[in-house]
Design a protein around this ligand. Structure first.
Ligand SMILES: *[C@@H]1O[C@H](CO)[C@@H](O)[C@H](O)[C@H]1NC(C)=O
Ligand SMILES: *[C@@H]1O[C@H](CO)[C@@H](O)[C@H](O)[C@H]1NC(C)=O
Ligand SMILES: *[C@@H]1O[C@H](CO)[C@@H](O)[C@H](O)[C@H]1NC(C)=O
Ligand SMILES: *[C@@H]1O[C@H](CO)[C@@H](O)[C@H](O)[C@H]1NC(C)=O
Ligand SMILES: *[C@@H]1O[C@H](CO)[C@@H](O)[C@H](O)[C@H]1NC(C)=O
Ligand SMILES: *[C@@H]1O[C@H](CO)[C@@H](O)[C@H](O)[C@H]1NC(C)=O
Ligand SMILES: *[C@@H]1O[C@H](CO)[C@@H](O)[C@H](O)[C@H]1NC(C)=O
Length: 431
């Protein structure tokens, strides 16, 4: 065994990976479409048949996902959120879909989605009611898990409304066991920490053992303020939440709202870049039947998706913050690094950012290969630590790069860089 291998194995003994839920799923962040942010609880199919929560909506999305390259780009799960069920369970105590809006039932919808080579996600709640006051699963975990398995559903988003927080852990764990007991592999998307944070710090070891991804913070809305607040929350809790992410389990900062109404194109690029850096599940909530080509190209950008889906499965950290710039860095396989430089100043024009300020820039000693992914794809080629590169970053926009060291480098830079994520750089006032 050479010295390098020894050092690496000592390091991995010192920081054992937390155990993931053992269902073989979500080895990279889940990708798909989820109705909530865009379509909410619109049940008015008489007056708004194209946008109401009905089987037609998911069938149309599935059709478009195949036809317009979404499936090919990696978006696989077509997911139902709240407001799908009938207000009454059936005579056997099972949930049933609203008969008027889902005349074929969920099994038939799952068959349709599967016939397109896609997967179907459904929604339920750990408590007495769902957030929109449809029947909750409390007291019915095994029946509901079996119902979803019988319907051939592939993912469950399990919300946390209407349950005393002291029972959240028990409820989420019981449902995880009930899903396992069905014998069908179902991605388990939780909101356990989101509902627990207001009372105390959640146990991320237990959460990672129980769920495939978990929401930590408020619902996203179609606004830059919402995106900024999710990023700020994530960065300010990164030492607690980032170590819990990895193949099989992910922190979920909520849906991509790209392609809607509230974000400028620069802001859409920032959301896409930072969701990739955070190794976030990529659930779009938009109308794929009517989306502008620029948003579509951004959501389907294979270089960004590759960063998100990198098999190493490390979530990135915010590594520097100065003069309304933030630098976020995500280790990639093969010792590469993805770097996002976000300009949070929302007045004025583009601002200059010299690459030497990026903490991970030391990987360029002696040489590295830099590729700019956003705002435009540009191979910048071989650089050294002396290279004088200055980016121009638009207000509320992001420059996204990958940096690959060229041999001769310190092969342990990830270890050095990530040993203490809370190290913040001093503000640099020379920009
Ligand atoms: C259920 O859990 C066991 C043990 O953790 C695991 O080996 C098995 O694959 C799981 N089954 C499903 C369907 O998730
Ligand atoms: C939640 O449960 C705890 C422990 O059983 C109890 O003390 C508390 O009153 C409950 N809270 C509410 C709002 O019911
Ligand atoms: C979870 O399951 C245990 C064991 O069956 C049971 O005692 C407990 O009440 C359940 N908790 C909830 C919230 O369903
Ligand atoms: C957190 O959960 C893990 C796994 O379930 C458990 O072993 C550990 O004791 C818990 N930690 C705390 C502080 O409760
Ligand atoms: C890592 O490098 C090897 C050898 O060059 C290559 O085959 C592999 O695809 C790379 N892995 C990733 C995730 O890029
Ligand atoms: C640098 O990266 C680009 C994009 O991945 C690649 O096409 C190019 O061959 C690389 N150059 C070197 C010298 O590794
Ligand atoms: C990490 O860095 C922070 C800030 O400099 C420091 O307070 C903390 O003690 C460091 N932790 C470790 C484990 O070195």
């Amino acid at each position: 065994m050479d010295k390098t291998v020894l050092l690496l194995s000592v390091f991995s003994c010192l920081s054992p990976a937390l155990e993931a839920l053992d269902n073989g799923l979500a080895l990279t962040p889940t990708m798909g479409w989820l109705h909530w942010e865009r379509f909410m609880c619109n049940i008015d199919c008489d007056n708004d048949p194209d946008n109401c929560i009905s089987e037609r909506l998911y069938m149309q999305m599935a059709d478009v996902m195949v036809k317009e390259g979404w499936k090919e780009a990696g978006y696989e799960y077509v997911c139902i959120d709240d407001c799908w069920p009938s207000h009454q369970r059936d005579a056997q105590g099972r949930l049933q879909a609203d008969p008027k809006r889902f005349p074929g039932g969920i099994k038939k919808l799952a068959d349709y989605v599967h016939s397109k080579g896609l997967k179907l996600g459904i929604y339920a709640d750990v408590g007495e009611n769902t957030c929109a006051r449809y029947p909750g699963s409390l007291g019915y975990y095994e029946i509901d898990a079996q119902t979803f398995a019988d319907w051939d559903v592939d993912l469950l988003k399990f919300d946390g409304c209407f349950l005393n927080w002291t029972l959240l852990g028990e409820g989420y764990i019981n449902m995880s066991k009930a899903l396992n007991k069905t014998g069908k592999s179902i991605v388990y998307s939780c909101e356990w920490p989101l509902y627990e944070w207001s009372f105390h710090q959640p146990n991320y070891t237990a959460i990672r053992e129980t769920c495939n991804h978990w929401r930590n913070h408020n619902d996203v809305s179609d606004s830059w303020d919402s995106i900024k607040s999710i990023l700020e929350w994530t960065a300010s809790h990164q030492d607690i939440i980032v170590p819990s992410a990895g193949p099989g389990g992910w922190n979920d900062p909520d849906m991509l709202v790209i392609g809607n109404f509230g974000l400028s194109h620069d802001q859409q690029e920032s959301q896409m870049a930072l969701w990739a850096i955070m190794a976030a599940p990529l659930f779009m909530s938009n109308d794929l039947r009517d989306i502008c080509p620029r948003s579509k190209a951004l959501l389907q950008n294979k270089h960004i998706i590759k960063i998100n889906q990198d098999p190493l499965g490390k979530q990135g950290y915010r590594t520097a913050k100065m003069n309304h710039f933030e630098v976020w860095e995500k280790p990639l396989s093969n010792n590469s690094l993805a770097v996002a430089v976000m300009n949070l100043q929302d007045t004025g024009g583009p601002r200059k950012f010299p690459i030497v300020i990026v903490p991970g820039w030391k990987v360029c000693d002696p040489k590295c290969n830099i590729t700019q992914i956003l705002p435009q794809y540009k191979e910048m080629g071989v650089q050294t630590i002396q290279s004088d590169i200055v980016f121009s970053v638009n207000p509320t926009g992001t420059t996204l790069l990958t940096i690959t060291p060229i041999k001769g480098n310190n092969r342990h830079f990830h270890k050095l860089l990530w040993k203490n994520a809370s190290v913040k750089r001093d503000p640099i006032n020379t920009l």
